[in-house]
Design a protein around this ligand. Structure first.
Ligand SMILES: [Fe+2]
Ligand SMILES: [Fe+2]
Length: 278
């Protein structure tokens, strides 16, 4: 299926609104849009006329896009805005910042996506650890996107139950592998993003093989299930519904995130002070 770019962007509130979404949210939106098109097609709606045969890029074509950009795709959203605009001055952080402060003042480009994902997990009756993992699974993409599952797990490891960081770490690798038992299929979108002939690198394959045999496999898998369809362009989700879950499972350090001397405190400081040169 080839999508009509203008129709798609209009459905997100225009190109400007779309440009403010992180790429994963945009990816999920694209998928919802494509599903809507397919449903219309099934019911004989005239929108079917707009659907043309799909052509995904090849891996070589995706690689050729690298030199068309001013940035590398792995860099975090708060460090290099994809809008091409100048960065904005960020609000100051409180002296002892909490997870809520980071959601409020720093997770600008990722919070909508993760809140919607956690909301979906809650609606689907997931257990609290899964809901928390969904709420946290992509926020590290504010600073770095490459291997964001591993970076994200590391960021949260000292503060959450082990199963939560496990689920965050491995959702990244599992997204490439279908699991019909929970209705998870390889996203068409990945053919678009990585190329139709893309094969995940050996470490991703090896990680998948390890995780699928692990007793906690389903914890990571359920993040991918609630991740994929998380985007609804009209939904505005707040952090309010998750306050109790965070309170029960997130060990907020009293000195504040970044000030507690933990092995990952520097990562929180990097998010809190992105304009610090050294
Ligand atoms: Fe992710
Ligand atoms: Fe995600």
């Amino acid at each position: 299926m080839e999508i009509d770019r203008k129709t798609f962007l209009d459905s997100l509130g225009g190109p400007e609104a779309a440009s403010r979404m992180d790429s994963e949210a945009r990816a999920d939106a694209l998928e919802s849009h494509m599903m809507a098109q397919l449903n219309r097609a099934k019911t004989g709606d005239p929108a079917w006329d707009q659907i043309k045969p799909e052509k995904y890029p090849t891996v070589a074509e995706v690689e050729a896009q690298i030199e068309t950009r001013k940035y590398r795709e792995g860099v975090g959203f708060m460090y290099v805005p994809r809008t091409g605009e100048n960065v904005r001055r960020l609000p100051p952080m409180p002296a002892n910042p909490t997870l809520f402060d980071f959601f409020k003042f720093r997770f600008m480009d990722t919070s909508n996506h993760v809140l919607q994902s956690a909301n979906l997990a809650m609606k689907n009756g997931m257990k609290e650890e899964i809901i928390l993992a969904c709420l946290l699974h992509d926020v590290v993409q504010e600073i770095i996107r490459t291997d964001h599952g591993w970076w994200g797990a590391q960021l949260f490891e000292p503060y959450v139950p082990e199963k939560v960081s496990f689920a965050i770490r491995y959702h990244q690798a599992l997204r490439y592998y279908p699991d019909p038992s929970v209705g998870y299929e390889y996203p068409d979108l990945y053919r678009q993003l990585f190329g139709a002939d893309y094969v995940p690198p050996p470490y991703i394959e090896a990680t998948y093989q390890m995780v699928r045999k692990h007793p906690w496999y389903m914890d990571a898998r359920l993040v991918t299930v609630n991740d994929l369809y998380a985007f609804d362009p009209n939904a505005v989700v707040s952090i309010e519904p998750f306050i109790d879950i965070i309170g029960r499972h997130f060990k907020q350090p009293k000195e504040g995130l970044g000030n507690d001397g933990s092995p990952v405190a520097h990562m929180w400081r990097t998010i809190a002070r992105p304009d610090q040169p050294l």
